[in-house]
Design a protein. Structure first.
Length: 258
């Protein structure tokens, strides 16, 4: 779709959460297509294997699969993951926090407490636990990145979006705190993306009556994700990006010979 520098992510090891579907799947394939060694993290092994096959079929570097349920992620498992990445890949350069669940859209007074805990654990607490465990590896990278995935309902409160909206509000704060803490201490660039309305199964379940053809394809987001995961975004620390804008701008920034 876009003619981008094929080697823009050469020699980078990138972990993508929620790599089995939607935006995470497309990002993982796109990262691999542009030279990265990708670690596919997700909960449904069949979906991860399909992405693995897709990446191998395009002749990109063989990815790794990590089947893990973020809803039950604890510190010990995250530490184990860090050791596994260190042992098998030697390093980690980019962490894309992408996985999330929507939860039910109901008034807060009717929100089920178990579901509340599940959404907060998946969308927020696992991000903290994973970031904490993997930060030492990312700090060792010569050009580290942490990319958070936000949402419009993490900026403007929206009735009935309950725990999902609250988790995304908290992520906005989390990314800001982390970027301030890393400002003068590490070469890890922290950014956030609000993808905006994108044609995925999450979008379909949020807006079942919507005509999906009117919603942008995940592919249009890829220049932005490639830009943020790649070497040209070194100066973007602490910034937030919208997937609804400037697709061609991002594409132009990473086009052509190096
Ligand atoms: P999606 O199609 O539903 O994909 C989400 C991915 O996250 C799936 O692969 C899913 O795994 C994985 N995941 C969910 N819970 C998990 C868990 N407990 N452990 C491990 N993996 C888990 O969603 P999407 O639309 O691509 O959304 C990706 C990100 O963009 C999310 O952070 C979302 O909030 C954000 N976003 C999306 C839109 C949009 O319009 N699509 C707009 C704003 C923000 P399974 O495949 O196994 O279910």
């Amino acid at each position: 779709m876009f003619n981008l520098r094929k080697d823009i992510l050469a020699n980078r090891v990138i972990l993508v959460t929620g790599a089995g579907d939607g935006i995470g799947k497309e990002a993982a394939v796109s990262f691999a297509e542009h030279g990265a060694q990708v670690i596919l993290l997700g909960r449904t092994i069949k979906k991860l294997e399909k992405v693995y096959d897709q990446i191998c079929q395009i002749g990109a570097q063989e990815p790794a699969i990590v089947q893990l349920d973020l809803e039950t992620l604890d510190e010990a498992t995250s530490e184990q993951l860090k050791e596994t990445i260190q042992d098998n890949c030697g390093k980690l350069d980019v962490l894309l926090h992408n996985a999330a669940i929507l939860g039910t859209r109901v008034p807060l007074e009717n929100y089920d407490s178990k579901e509340w805990a599940s959404v907060i654990q998946t969308n927020l607490t696992s991000v903290f636990v994973l970031t904490k465990a993997l930060l030492p590896l990312l700090k060792k990278s010569v050009d580290g990145r942490i990319i958070f995935t936000n949402s419009s309902v993490g900026k403007t409160p929206r009735a009935y979006w309950g725990a999902y909206s609250v988790s995304k509000f908290a992520l906005t704060g989390f990314a800001k705190i982390l970027s301030e803490e890393l400002e003068n201490t590490a070469k890890v660039v922290v950014t956030s993306v609000n993808p905006g309305a994108t044609r995925t199964s999450m979008r379909r379940s949020a807006y079942p009556g919507e005509d999906p053809r009117k919603i942008k394809n995940v592919k249009t987001l890829m220049p932005l994700y490639l830009y943020l995961a790649g070497p040209d975004s070194r100066h973007e620390h602490g910034k937030e990006f919208s997937g609804n804008q400037q697709t061609w701008d991002w594409a132009n920034r990473i086009k052509g010979p190096r």
